[in-house]
Write a new protein. Structure first.
Length: 285
């Protein structure tokens, strides 16, 4: 069964895509790696109206200037993984990009698709949260920009309205002293849903003290969370004091569940172990 022209639309201009969404809600296809992986029977999926945005050049690519770094909605994880435009402090995002499925998936799966899918275990969300990423949402009514932590609302829920399209991810600049790291705990090295994922971004002032701290954890709540309590403790610390950080096993922002991959207690233990390790890795560097 193939979708007919009324069900499947692949515009080349953003304005046409937004007009299509304004007329009626559609399933947006960017990479398509999750289109048939949501538990909906395939015949029902094929009967849904689809908006394919892969031909819109304006949504592609990675751009960098002094004001911010912009990643287009349809940039693939392979592009992020291999980009020479992203500075060294994007290491965490690149590390997560290399763990989104297999290489075949990374070649087609898109950064916006990962965010809009809004899985609590999405590998791309913690690094972007730790970078204070913002999301551009466009519609025929205009463009609005929201913080990523206000965009992902819960498991499979986002702040994207039915007539809106994610067009870009924006990341504010950091100094050349900034560093980041991503850790993922799973049952094996690749092709696995995370039990816990964690990203830390630290920037340092001229004296070597922490001037910015972004700490985010995935798979430990209905959506990935920034750990504001830990971030506030890190601000102003020198590397020696930061390396001595003790993370409590109970963190207010986290509310993990017991499932087949791990218990809630195990997840909290993992965060308490991985977070100081990540901070030490960044400070010792």
């Amino acid at each position: 069964m193939r979708p007919d022209s009324a069900q499947y639309v692949r515009p080349t201009e953003l304005s046409a895509a937004l007009a299509t969404l304004a007329a009626a809600p559609r399933v947006v296809l960017a990479g398509g790696t999750d289109l048939y992986a949501t538990g909906v029977p395939m015949p029902d999926r094929l009967r849904q109206s689809i908006l394919d945005i892969t031909a819109i050049k304006r949504l592609r690519g990675i751009r960098s200037d002094e004001a911010e770094i912009t990643i287009g909605a349809t940039a693939t994880w392979a592009e992020v993984r291999d980009s020479k435009l992203l500075p060294a402090w994007f290491r965490a995002l690149k590390q997560s990009a290399a763990q989104v499925g297999a290489e075949q998936v990374q070649n087609v799966a898109t950064i916006a698709g990962n965010l809009c899918n809004a899985s609590p275990a999405a590998d791309g969300v913690p690094p972007l949260l730790a970078l204070s990423a913002r999301i551009d949402l466009a519609s025929t009514r205009g463009v609005r920009t929201v913080a990523l932590e206000d965009f992902v609302l819960g498991s499979r829920r986002t702040a994207c309205a039915a007539d809106e399209l994610v067009t870009a991810i924006r990341i504010p600049p950091r100094s050349r002293r900034a560093r980041s790291v991503f850790h993922k705990l799973g049952a094996r090295a690749y092709l696995v849903i995370s039990i816990v994922s964690l990203a830390v971004t630290l920037d340092f002032d001229a004296a070597g003290c922490i001037s910015y701290a972004g700490v985010a954890v995935g798979s430990c709540s209905a959506r990935a969370q920034r750990l504001r309590s830990i971030e506030s403790q890190l601000l102003g610390l020198d590397p020696t004091a930061a390396c001595a950080l003790v993370v409590p096993k109970a963190i207010a922002e986290l509310s993990p569940i017991d499932d087949i991959r791990g218990s809630a207690a195990y997840r909290l233990d993992a965060v308490a172990m991985l977070l100081p390790r990540a901070v030490r890795e960044l400070c010792d560097g």
